[in-house]
Design a protein around this ligand. Structure first.
Ligand code: A3P
Length: 293
């Protein structure tokens, strides 16, 4: 109850709303020193970050499931944008981590620390269709006490569409990273493709990372990163966090893992309004999403 009133403030950085704790360490964040052999997972929130983390970690470990469960996903993969006292910030956690490091960020590309480009770091970007992202983020903001209460679904619909959520506009995010994909070492992945054919998509990641993985190891990774297995893996499902941080009685972190759940939330008129704005914003981007499989 007490945490329900816990107010989370946002601060604008170059027009992008970020948690005020992130803004407070901006200098530290912006000066983060990437290393050549880092691998960065970049996403708009709720696009499948944790899923990709588990996949890449297991690829780097050649399918060693026991080692992949050495620590909760948010410990083994520092979330650079995070700064929750009294814990070390994401940057501080990454700084003391031996290479090769797997790192996570939700930053739009313009707010990525420059050293990632200087070091030509490989980035795996995961994009998910906006409607499902919106639904997933709505439930996440209800249960995650480190983010603002989303209000009602109808309220949140407008908030999200206006880009007034943490890490900003979904449109700017997916388009910004899309436009950079040929200038840097970026693998641009889609959540919908991963749901459709995870084996095919995991192969893409393996190839991008330049790894050699046997058929047997591939099958192990496929199994261990399935929705059902991750849902029951305490190191992947965030259940080790206390309910004052994430209240999973409100909504599970591993919630549904489906494409098209937006159909259960969007009203007919919301869908029309959304599609209209979507068309305007995405026009000419060359970027297309599937909202159903
Ligand atoms: P839903 O809320 O739609 O279920 P992130 O890790 O970026 O916060 O994304 C979380 C979303 O990814 C949640 O979506 C979660 O269920 C989904 N997800 C996580 N692991 C998954 C998996 N192995 N397969 C499919 N979806 C997965």
């Amino acid at each position: 109850e007490q945490m329900k009133n816990f107010s989370v403030k946002m601060e604008l950085v170059d027009g992008v709303p970020l948690p005020d704790s992130t803004w407070e360490m901006w200098h530290q964040f912006w000066n983060f020193q990437a290393r050549e052999d880092d691998i960065l997972i970049a996403t708009f929130p709720k696009a499948g970050t944790t899923w990709m983390q588990e996949i890449v970690d297991l690829i780097m470990l050649q399918g060693d499931v026991e080692k992949s469960m050495r620590a909760p996903c948010f410990v083994k993969v520092p979330f650079l944008d995070l700064n929750v006292k009294p814990l070390p910030s994401g940057v501080e956690a990454a700084n003391v981590m031996p290479s090769p490091r797997l790192l996570k960020t939700h930053m739009p590309i313009k707010l990525l620390p420059p050293s990632f480009w200087e070091k030509d770091v490989k980035v795996v970007y995961v994009a998910r269709n906006a409607k499902d992202c919106m639904v997933s983020y709505y439930y996440f903001q209800r249960m995650n006490k480190g983010l603002p209460d989303p209000g009602t679904w109808d309220e949140y619909f407008s908030t999200f569409l206006a880009g007034d959520v943490a890490w900003g506009s979904w449109f700017d995010h997916v388009i910004g990273w899309w436009n950079a994909r040929d200038k840097h070492r970026i693998l641009y992945m889609f959540y919908e493709d991963m749901v459709e054919d995870p084996e095919r998509e995991i192969r893409k990641v393996i190839k991008f990372l330049g790894k050699d993985v046997s058929e047997e190891v591939l099958q192990t990774i496929l199994h261990h990163t399935s929705f059902e297995v991750m849902k029951n893996n305490p190191m992947a499902n965030y259940s080790v966090l206390p309910s004052v941080v994430m209240d999973q009685s409100i909504s599970k972190f591993m919630r549904k893992g489906k494409v098209g759940d937006w159909k259960n939330h969007f009203s007919v008129s919301q869908n029309i309004a959304f599609d209209k704005e979507y068309k305007e914003k995405m026009e000419g981007s060359g970027l297309t999403f599937r909202e159903e499989l």
